[in-house]
Design a protein around this ligand. Structure first.
Ligand SMILES: [Zn+2]
Length: 320
């Protein structure tokens, strides 16, 4: 009760921050001309929509239904979603059909007509396969929900100097209960492998930012020692600018997640994740307690504000 009361008090000043977008040549931030703000209520509806599909493990009919919904949502934003279907071979469950979905919001081409450098924002949409109906409100649905709302806001903003790729990843979760390589990150591993097979595609991606478990009502994003420090520094500075330094935890924690696959290929990468989901430690994670009533709309708002506040500097520092 006490925590909820505090959150309500904090909500108002966090709703209307001023965002800026970076420009490619000067490195300075320029004011954003966005007709929309990040609306957590919209993101919350995206969480509800995903949970309504039930458990959504990789290869399940529910995951396929969710993909169709995702494609329709992206198309409604006038983006052109791409389905990246593949078969994950040799998993503990044999061959599993999977599919990433992504859409690009093109930035201004260079003077020579070259495509704008790309910043990729990602989230995994699969939920962990369990022996009960694991709904993954936070672990799965929250990142996708925030990413879809970010796609809406950025689509309504003035064209950026960078292209944004909104990447919805399949197969992040391990098929086995425990996380043991290479039984995890099937979608991100496939996506970066595809990038290496298209001339110039890997080089075009200047940074990868991952959203995962971002709706904990007691939100403290990890100081992930596996993330690129320069990217994390930009986000911490942006949080400070928003008066929300508390959004980050105080202690370093090495996180293994989809961002690793990008880092392995030399792409600067950051994971925005709170892996302390629950009142004590991480007791709601991968349990039947990962439900909407342990998530918070305000946390989504804070994360949305943070990403929008940080992106201009990411574009300025990395997008060239
Ligand atoms: Zn998980």
């Amino acid at each position: 009760m006490h925590r909820r009361a505090l959150q309500t008090l904090c909500l108002v000043p966090l709703l209307a921050p001023c965002f800026t977008l970076g420009c490619r040549d000067g490195g300075a931030d320029t004011p954003i001309k966005a007709s929309e703000k990040f609306e957590a209520a919209r993101a919350w509806k995206h969480m509800q929509a995903q949970i309504a599909f039930g458990a959504r493990p990789a290869g399940s009919p529910a995951a396929a239904e969710l993909r169709d919904w995702l494609v329709a949502e992206l198309a409604a934003l006038k983006l052109s979603p791409v389905r990246e279907a593949f078969t994950a071979e040799g998993t503990p469950r044999g061959s599993v059909a999977m599919e990433n979905v992504y859409a690009d919001l093109e930035g201004q081409p260079g003077p020579d007509g070259a495509p704008a450098p790309m910043i990729c924002l990602g989230a995994h949409y699969d939920t962990k396969r369990m022996d009960f109906e694991f709904l993954g409100a936070n672990d799965g649905a929250s990142g996708v929900a925030a990413l879809l709302e970010l796609a809406r806001v950025l689509s309504n903003a003035e064209q950026s100097a960078v292209t944004y790729r909104f990447l919805f990843l399949d197969g992040e979760e391990a098929m086995r209960f425990t996380w043991r390589d290479p039984d995890n990150c099937y979608g991100s591993r496939h996506h970066v492998r595809q990038l290496t097979q298209t001339f110039g595609a890997l080089k075009r991606i200047k940074a990868f930012i991952l959203l995962d478990l971002v709706a904990d009502e007691d939100l403290h994003l990890e100081l992930d020692s596996n993330s690129t420090r320069r990217l994390l520094a930009i986000f911490r500075k942006a949080a400070k600018g928003l008066g929300d330094e508390e959004i980050f935890a105080r202690y370093w924690n090495p996180i293994r997640d989809d961002h690793e696959q990008f880092k392995l290929r030399g792409i600067p990468a950051l994971d925005l994740i709170d892996l302390h989901f629950g009142p004590q430690a991480n007791e709601y994670w991968h349990t039947s307690q990962d439900t909407l009533d342990h998530c918070s709309m305000e946390s989504l708002q804070r994360v949305g504000n943070l990403v929008l506040a940080a992106l201009p500097q990411v574009a300025a520092d990395f997008g060239r």
